[in-house]
Ligand binder design. Structure first.
Ligand code: C2E
Ligand code: CA
Ligand code: CA
Length: 675
């Protein structure tokens, strides 16, 4: 294979390349690479299908792409003798390229990757491309025979490896930093060139010899036009199909996470997005169905579903211009309206519906009465659309609702007052009884997933309002300066809990306590902490104080002093919700904190958004460069965990993916299960 024939047995012949077909071959290789990379992306994202399916499809796209490039590339060369392909070997020659692509993609999609992984992936890919090429060469049946120049032969393989490595490295490393489609296109072209350059270098090192007495014919034996057209159409169809599958998957993923399956309406996630994005929404109507649970109990869930569909349909049929309907909860639908001064129009439409629903409605041949209430709110141009929802909620939590399909507009005097007053009047009682209690959410190490600490979070089982979120009652207590009593109560409960676990010989972890902004700088806080720790003989290293970034920024100097005294007394201090305030970086450097807690909003779109992923990585690096422990909160998905585990292991994670906040008994069970 490497040595030329004796002079008198063969004559050297050479062929001519058709440039347009050479280009076509490069385009095919690049398109195949593009498809393979698109399919690779699905591996990392929330996909409807298992990641291995995408891995296999990507390998097929790449493998067939390499193969087609080879055959089109071969057809670009017209040689002066008869030639055809051995069908079996031709088919078998796809196998090395598919297997090599699979191995390379498998490696680069691992959680933990290093430079060596990219190198190994490049080696596999390069060898696969070369193996396909040389198997393809062996499948040629002809009168002539050929000899490889050993140097060029070796170079062709090295070229395939190095260019594949470059493409894989760029794709995997730079993906997060640049606009994705550019990187993908560039990488596809490089990967396409890796395939093509290997082929044409390999061909440059191949010399064909004809037997002396052979009659020279200027044509291939096979119909090359037919071959090129066939291969091109075949591979184009295959690539289109695969691209389509990745698009369909993206669409399914979007539908599943943003659309309510029952009503086909956008769900709560879409609703929150719409409010957060600002937009032109100026008024909102929220319908709360009160008797849905009863209807479910009486007639079954299927009937309950029909009721929701019925209500959604009535709202949809209002056809209000510039309006968007959402299902934001099991029994709540929301109608957002764009444009100012539309409150009266919205009210009128809702009253029409309310009049209709006051009469019995016929659903699945049953006459039932809908019992609900509609809360309406509106804002002016200067207010944030988020306010629309809080105001509607305030209406819905009003004690005076009778669920007779009233349409109630938010009134700051009525709605805020009654609810707030309720909260303030009942908090003392709640602390005495067990209506107020603590739950604990674990924080785990990003690398080992072992528990490293806990955060204490407050819960209120209110006698009238049911379970109240701290997001609702903490701000009310803060505004009326009643939060310090509750904080003291939390400190007491936490210390008691640590002591209790210690006495039961259970493992003890550091517990983080949320300290509200205004209490941080109060001298009473440190006194209370010391007194309570003394009472239960708890070491301060078991306590971390979480202080929000915004509260620190409000009174930077005095907060800084307070934090210093906490650290001197042996407590850890965490800066909570980092990224939501606008703390100057120079302040951060001077702040004597021990931990940085990065706000959930930074992790929400990770790893799907390259920009957010890059920002998150930069903040983590910033925290580590300041020698701080870094905690990411609100980690919900496996993809987020994979991304965060692959970046750094000196990191703690907290979120529903690992565990929701739990009462002590549940927590101990969880710890047992987790170890
Ligand atoms: P925070 O300090 O930022 O607490 C984190 C919140 O995120 C908690 O909500 C927690 O349950 C929630 N969370 C944790 N993992 C995930 C996740 O994966 N996904 C989502 N969507 N949420 C997650 P929670 O318990 O409702 O508390 C809300 C806020 O109320 C807290 O925010 C804190 O500011 C305040 N708070 C809670 N307990 C206390 C307390 O004892 N004292 C004070 N002053 N404030 C408290
Ligand atoms: Ca916190
Ligand atoms: Ca937080």
């Amino acid at each position: 294979m490497f040595s030329p024939p004796p002079i008198n047995t063969g004559i050297e012949v050479s062929g001519d390349y058709s440039l347009p077909i050479v280009f076509l071959s490069i385009i095919i290789a690049s398109l195949a690479s593009f498809t393979a990379l698109s399919l690779n992306e699905r591996i990392l994202k929330n996909s409807f299908f298992h990641r291995n399916i995408w891995l296999i499809l990507a390998s097929i796209a790449m493998g067939f792409g390499i193969w087609s490039m080879h055959f089109v590339g071969m057809s670009a060369l017209s040689l002066p003798f008869m030639m055809h392909y051995d069908y079996l070997l031709t088919c078998l020659s796809t196998i090395p390229s598919i297997i090599a692509s699979f191995l390379a993609f498998y490696i680069v999609n691992q959680k933990k990757r290093s430079f060596a992984s990219y190198l190994l992936a490049g080696i596999f890919m390069g060898i696969g491309i070369s193996a396909m090429h040389y198997t393809g060469m062996a499948s040629m049946v002809m009168d002539a025979y050929y000899v490889y120049n050993p140097w060029i032969f070796t170079s062709s393989i090295l070229i395939a490896i190095s260019v594949s490595f470059t493409a894989i490295y760029i794709f995997s490393r730079q993906q997060r930093y640049a606009k994705n489609s550019y990187v993908k296109t560039l990488t596809s072209v490089i990967l396409g060139l890796a395939v093509a350059s290997m082929h044409y270098t390999g061909m440059a090192g191949t010399t064909f010899y004809l037997p002396q007495q052979h009659v020279v014919t200027p044509e291939h034996h096979m119909n090359m036009t037919l071959l090129i057209t066939g291969v091109t159409i075949g591979i184009t169809l295959l690539l289109c199909l695969l691209q389509l599958s990745s698009l369909v998957d993206r669409y399914v993923d979007f539908r599943v996470s943003h659309i309510d399956i029952l009503t086909k309406l956008p769900n709560r996630r879409s609703f929150e997005k719409a409010l957060n994005n600002g937009g032109f929404y100026r008024s909102l109507a929220v319908w709360n169905l009160h008797n849905l649970e009863k209807l479910n109990n009486d007639h079954g869930y299927h009937f309950g579903d029909e009721v929701i569909r019925y209500v959604a349909n009535d709202l949809r049929q209002l056809n209000l211009p510039l309006s968007d309907l959402y299902r934001i909860d099991g029994n709540r639908l929301a109608l957002l309206l764009q444009g100012k001064d539309r409150l009266a129009e919205l009210q009128k439409a809702m009253k029409l519906l309310s009049a209709k629903w006051t009469q019995p409605v016929l659903i699945q041949e049953k006459e039932i009465l809908l019992q609900g209430v509609c809360a309406i709110s509106s804002i002016d141009d200067h207010q944030s659309p988020k306010r629309l929802y809080t105001e509607s909620l305030a209406v819905l939590s009003s004690l005076h609702i009778q669920y007779q399909n009233e349409v109630i507009c938010f009134d700051p005097l009525i709605h805020t007052y009654s609810f707030e007053q309720e909260i303030l009047n009942s908090i003392d009682q709640a602390m005495k009884k067990d209506d107020l209690f603590l739950v604990y959410q674990p924080k785990v190490n990003a690398g080992t997933h072992k528990i490293v600490g806990l955060e204490a979070l407050i819960r209120w089982n209110h006698p009238v309002h049911g379970f109240l979120s701290p997001g609702v009652f903490i701000p009310i207590l803060e505004q009326s300066h009643q939060i310090s009593d509750v904080t003291n109560w939390v400190i007491n409960k936490v210390c008691y809990q640590i002591k209790d676990w210690e006495e039961q010989n259970l493992p003890i972890y550091q517990i983080a306590i949320n300290i509200p902004g205004e209490y941080v700088t109060s001298p009473i806080l440190l006194k209370t902490l010391k007194k309570t720790l003394n009472k239960y003989t708890v070491d301060p290293r078991y306590i971390e104080l979480e202080i929000t970034e915004t509260s620190v920024m409000e009174s930077a100097e005095s907060s800084m002093r307070a934090i210093n005294t906490f650290r001197e007394a042996g407590f850890s201090v965490a800066l909570d919700d980092f990224g939501t305030g606008i703390s100057s970086l120079s302040n951060l450097r001077q702040m004597p904190i021990s931990t940085l807690k990065i706000d959930k909003s930074f992790v929400d779109e990770v790893p799907i958004s390259e920009k957010d992923s890059a920002i998150l990585e930069a903040i983590i690096a910033l925290g580590h460069s300041l020698n701080l422990n870094v905690v990411i909160e609100g980690v919900e998905t496996k993809n987020q965990v994979d991304f965060l585990s692959s970046t750094r292991s000196l990191l703690s994670l907290q979120g529903y993916y690992f565990a929701k906040p739990m009462i002590p008994e549940e927590l101990m069970e969880w710890i047992k299960g987790n170890s």
